[in-house]
Design a protein around this ligand. Structure first.
Ligand code: ARG
Length: 226
C-alpha cells in the first residue's frame, strides 16, 4: 500500500467531499419536502390525488436511479428542460442541479413511504380519542398523530439520509465532481487503482457513520419522553 499521493492530492478528496455533502444536504432537504407532500397526497381521501402520488412513488421505486439520472440529464434537454443550463449558487454549476434534482425526485418517493407508514402505524384509537375530545381533523393530526408518528419515522428517515450520501456517488457518472469522481481522477493521475478508492471509501464511511451516530443520539433523546 502506497499512500504517498496524499500530500499532493488531498485537496481532491477535500473538494470532492465538500461537493458530496453539498449534494446530499440539498437532496435531503428537497426530498423530505417533496416526500411529505407525496405522503399526504397518497393518504388523501381524494382518489385522483392518491392514485397520482401512488403512481409516482411506485414508478420511481421501480426504476433504477441510474436510468432516472440519464433521463433527466440526457433526455429532458431534448424536451427543452435543461437543468445544466441553470446556474446554481456560487461555484456550483448546472450539472449539480441535474444531480440534485434526480436524487431529490428519487428520494422523495422513498421518504413518502416512510412518512406514510409512520402515520398509518399510529393506532386508530388515537385519532378517535382526539376527535372525541373535540379536536378537528387537522388539529388531531398536528398535535396528536404527527408528534407520535415522528418517532416512528425518524430511524427510517435517518437511514434514507445515509442511503443518499452513498447513492449520490452515482452522479460522478455525469461529470459532477463529487468524492467518487475526484477519487477516480486521482486513480487515473497516479496509476494507482487501489489506494485512492480506499481513501474515498473511508471518507464515505466517516460521513455515514458520523450521521448514524448523530441520529442515534437524537432518537435516544426523543425516547426520553416515552
Ligand atoms: N440503487 C438503487 C436504485 O438504483 C437505490 C435507489 C435510491 N434509494 C433510495 N432509498 N433513495 O434504484
Amino acid at each position: 500500500m502506497d499512500f504517498s499521493f496524499l500530500p499532493r492530492y488531498y485537496m481532491f478528496f477535500l473538494e470532492g467531499s465538500k461537493n458530496t455533502i453539498f449534494i446530499a444536504a440539498f437532496t435531503v432537504l428537497f426530498g423530505v419536502i417533496l416526500g411529505t407532500f407525496l405522503a399526504l397526497m397518497r393518504i388523501s381521501n381524494n382518489r385522483a390525488i392518491s392514485i397520482l402520488a401512488t403512481s409516482y412513488i411506485e414508478f420511481i421505486r421501480g426504476t433504477p436511479l441510474l436510468v432516472q439520472l440519464y433521463i433527466i440529464y440526457y433526455g429532458l434537454p431534448k424536451l427543452g428542460v435543461d437543468f445544466s443550463a441553470i446556474p446554481l449558487v456560487g461555484i456550483y454549476y448546472g450539472d449539480f442541479l441535474a444531480g440534485i434534482v434526480t436524487l431529490s425526485l428519487n428520494s422523495a418517493a422513498y421518504v413518502a413511504e416512510i412518512i406514510r407508514s409512520g402515520i398509518q402505524a399510529i393506532d386508530k384509537g388515537q385519532m378517535e380519542a382526539a376527535r372525541s375530545l373535540g379536536l378537528n381533523h387537522n388539529y388531531a393530526m398536528r398535535y396528536v398523530i404527527i408528534p407520535q408518528a415522528f418517532k416512528n419515522i425518524l430511524p427510517a428517515l435517518g437511514n434514507e439520509f445515509i442511503v443518499i450520501i452513498k447513492e449520490s456517488s452515482i452522479v460522478s457518472i455525469i461529470g459532477i465532481q463529487d468524492l467518487m469522481y475526484k477519487a477516480d481522477t486521482v486513480r487515473g493521475n497516479t496509476f494507482q487503482p487501489f489506494e485512492p478508492l480506499i481513501v474515498a471509501a473511508l471518507i464515505y464511511f466517516i460521513m455515514t457513520f458520523t450521521l448514524s451516530k448523530l441520529l442515534g443520539t437524537l432518537e435516544r433523546r426523543m425516547k426520553v419522553s416515552d
